[in-house]
Design a protein around this ligand. Structure first.
Ligand code: GLN
Length: 479
């Protein structure tokens, strides 16, 4: 058995029973990295102290009583990869951008302190689209990440590095961030589980901001169980993030047999690859055979989601990225005659095309005279979308549909056409606008390319998502 191929749950059991050591587990992941990373480019930085950390954990383990002791922290000795827009103290954090190429994080993000507290071993930082803007990881200043199932194809994005790292067994689980689909879409392309929690349940402190009112950190893993383990470890209120929810509503968990699933007809309309549709419908049939209740529903405002997203997100980006001025962080252009030139030249040379495009769009929609016409209008649409979901959830508990309209596309296929690239998130962005929790789980393959099935839950009802996703995961793998 190659320990790198284990799930988090299995590895934790094996460690508790002293069947494998943490050192063995971490070194087997490092071996996979050595084998695959040159080709896949999933990691930007591999932590050279991870083996030492593993040894320390093995020593620590002798202090715990043998066998599944409840005292052993849930992620004890588990190698976890971290998207490179989340700060890990004393490690470089690039956000996939040249402008932060040499930026060393001065503190741990809250999610990182929590992972450490739960015993995880951080194994390295993963590739992403620059500042998490993109759907293929091709916008990274450090080259694209390739899909482990077919290296001529993209891994998805923006958390493509994390998805590829999990899919290629280069870690047991990873953190990503999801502003419009960046956890779920790469998870779908790489055949992993990807979970985007309800906005506010996981602290954003120490996450390099893209669009603050949508950004959420979440796990990418091999199984739903594992996603739940990481989610439980990283969630909870945080004084450092005023939008994090301090007193979570008590989880309202339903029995699996009482859950009613909604099929939004807009998720099965024009643009959906017929082969992907077939896979999702097949799972629905299987669920029906198992006695699951379904309802056809409609989300009429769905069609405006992408447009509203691409007004609101650039607006927030233009504000959030104003801080990269060539003085406060990382890269600074050396040949400037005055302060304004420092700003201009550093930003010109430090940012890539997509980032510049969004800064310009956002600055435009926020400017006097256009603010009402674009930004305010988009905020109104956002509210209508949220209300549309709320109405749907009066009738059903979970929405089920595809995560993406196609399987992973070819490297370079969409890079010349930003609008086509934006369409890669057609089924994911509305969730972020509404702040809902959603998961993508593998639902079989077309050829060798994975298909992702998406479940969207009510606000704060992550428990129901996990319950349903585990059930569907079992149905699919029993095929
Ligand atoms: N692909 C989307 C975008 O480019 C989503 C990105 C994300 O979720 N970080 O905005």
């Amino acid at each position: 058995m190659n320990p790198a191929h284990l799930t988090i749950k299995e590895a934790a059991e094996n460690i508790a029973e002293r069947k494998i050591s943490v050192t063995e587990l971490v070194s087997s992941c490092l071996k996979e990295i050595e084998k695959h990373n040159t080709d896949l480019n999933a990691y930007l930085n591999i932590f050279d102290d991870s083996l030492e950390e593993a040894k320390k954990k093995d020593e620590e383990l002798s202090g715990y009583p043998k066998k599944d002791s409840p005292q052993i922290p849930s992620l004890f000795g588990i190698p976890i990869a971290v998207k490179d827009n989340i700060l890990v103290k004393d490690k470089i954090c690039t956000a996939g951008s040249k402008i932060l190429e040499n930026f060393v994080a001065p503190y741990d993000a809250t999610v990182i302190s929590k992972l450490k507290k739960h015993g995880a071993i951080l194994i390295g930082k993963t590739n992403l689209d620059e500042f998490a803007m993109g759907s293929s990881t091709e916008n990274s200043a450090f080259g694209p990440t390739k899909n482990p199932h077919d290296s001529s194809r993209v891994a998805g994005g923006s958390s493509g590095g994390s998805a590829a790292a999990v899919a290629a067994n280069m870690c047991l689980g990873a953190l990503g961030s999801d502003t419009g689909g960046s956890i779920r879409q790469p998870a779908s392309f790489c055949g992993t589980v990807g979970f985007k929690p309800t906005y506010g349940t996981v602290s954003r402190h120490g996450l390099i901001a893209m669009a603050s009112s949508l950004d959420q950190i979440g796990p990418l893993t091999k199984t739903v169980d594992d996603a739940e383990i990481i989610y439980k470890a990283i969630s909870g209120g945080d004084d450092f993030d005023s939008t994090s929810v301090k007193n979570l509503p008590l989880p309202s968990k339903k029995e699996r047999k009482d859950l009613v699933f909604g099929i939004p007809k807009e998720y099965f309309s024009e643009g959906l690859d017929p082969e992907v549709e077939k896979k999702i419908r097949k799972t629905i049939e299987k669920m029906k055979d198992a006695g699951v209740a379904f309802k056809e529903i409609s989300l009429p405002s769905f069609e405006y989601a992408l447009a509203a997203y691409y007004v609101i997100v650039p607006a927030e980006i233009s504000a959030n990225l104003a801080r990269y001025d060539g003085i406060r962080y990382g890269f600074s252009h050396q040949e400037a005659k005055n302060l304004l030139e420092v700003y201009n030249k550093s930003r010109h040379a430090g940012f890539g095309d997509e980032v510049k495009r969004r800064i310009m769009l956002g600055t435009y929609t926020l400017s006097a005279g256009y603010y009402d016409a674009y930004y305010i209008k988009a905020q109104k649409v956002r509210r209508v979308i949220k209300e549309g979901f709320a109405r749907a959830f009066e009738e059903i508990d979970l929405l089920l549909g595809p995560t993406t309209s196609t399987t992973a596309f070819q490297l370079g296929e969409n890079t010349k056409d930003p609008l086509k690239m934006y369409l890669a998130d057609i089924y994911t962005v509305a969730v972020n606008l509404a702040g809902l929790p959603a998961i993508s789980i593998p639902a079989g393959k077309i050829g060798n390319l994975p298909v992702g099935l998406q479940l969207i839950g009510k606000w704060f009802e992550e428990e129901n998502i996990f319950e349903a996703a585990k059930f569907i995961e079992k149905l699919i793998t029993s095929r």
